[in-house]
Design a protein around this ligand. Sequence first.
Ligand code: NAI
Ligand code: MG
Length: 341
Amino acid sequence: MRLAVIPGDGIGPEVVTEALKVLAEVTPAASDLDITNYDLGAARWHSTGELLPESVIGELRQHDAILLGAVGDPSVPSGILERGLLLRLRFELDHHVNLRPARLYPGVQGPLATQSEIDMVVVREGTEGPYAGNGGILRKDTEHEIATEVSLNTAFGIKRVVADAFARAQQRPRKHVTLVHKTNVLEHAGSLWSRVVEEASMRHPDVTVDYLHVDAATIHLVTDPSRFDVVVTDNLFGDIITDIAAAVTGGIGLAASGNLDVTRANPSMFEPVHGSAPDIAGQGAADPTATVLSLSLLLDHLGHTEAARRIEASVAFDLATRDHSSPGATQAIGDRLAALV
Ligand code: NAI
Ligand code: MG
C-alpha cells in the first residue's frame, strides 16, 4: 500500500502518529507499507507561501490513499488553507463522495436524554453545491455591494453520489435511504435531486426511501436519530447535519470521514472531522480515535476489510471499557488501540 500522509497542523501530527501505530499492527509485513509524508499546512505556507504545489498534487496521485490529520492555525487568515489546500485537494482529486458515518458506540454517553441506537452514514456530495466557488463580489465596499455564491448541481454529480448511497444502503441491514434537501424552497436543485433519487429507487426495489427537509432533519437528528440509516444530501446541508450527527454520537473526538473518488481514478483521502484544535495542541490531550476510525474507512475502501473490521472492533472495545472522564493521553489511547488490534 502506497500511503501519502499529511499530518498538518496543531493536533494533526499527534493524532496521525497514533493512527500509524495502529496501521503498523494490522500490516502483515513492514514491506507491505510505503509511507510518504507531505508537509502541507500553516507551517509550509508561512515559510514558503506554498499551499498545494502542482508537483505535490502529481505525487499524491501516485498513492493508493491519503491520510490527513488537520490543517489550520490562528496565524493564517481564515479561508486560505480551507480553499487553497483542503477544497483544492477535494476538487483536484474529484472527491465527490464525502462519507461521514455516525455511530453511538456502547459505553459512550451521548448528550441526548434518551439513548437509543444510532448507526447512520451520511453520503454528502463533495464537489458541487454552494462550495464550488462559483460566485463573486461586485461594487465592493460600497452601500450597494453584491455577493453571489451560486449552488452548482449537475445531473452527473448527483447521480454518482446517489448511486453510492443506494449501493451502501443495500449492504446495510436496514436498507434505507433518506434524501435531505430543501425542495420546497430550492425548487430547481431540489427537483433534480428528487428525480435522481426517484430513478435510483426504481433500480433498487429492496431499498426503502424517504425525504426530509434539512430543517426538519435537524429536529429528527436530535429527537429520533435512530430513524436514519443512509442519508444522501448536498455539500452544504451535509456539512451542517454531520456536525449534529457527530455531536449526538459522542462528539468530535470520535467522528471519522472519507473523501472518496468512488471511480478510483484518484486516491481517496481520509481524515477526522475535527480540525487542528490549537487550544489543546502540544498537550497530548487530543483523542486520536477519530483518526484511527478514519484509517479503518481507508482500509475498507482499499478492500482490506478484515483489517478495517479489526480496527473498528478495537475502538468499540476501548470505548466500551474506557473511563470516559479521563480517557488518557493521546499516546496512551493510541497504545491501547495498537495493543487491542
Ligand atoms: P476544531 O475541531 O479544531 O476544535 C473544536 C473543539 O474541539 C476545540 O475545543 C478542540 O479542542 C476540540 N477537539 C477537536 N479535536 C479534538 C480531539 N481529537 N480530541 C479532543 N478534543 C478535540 O475546530 P476549530 O477550533 O473550529 O478549528 C481549529 C482550526 O482547524 C481552524 O484553523 C480551522 O480552520 C481548522 N479546521 C480544519 C479542518 C480540517 O483540516 N479538515 C476541519 C475543521 C477545522
Ligand atoms: Mg464542517
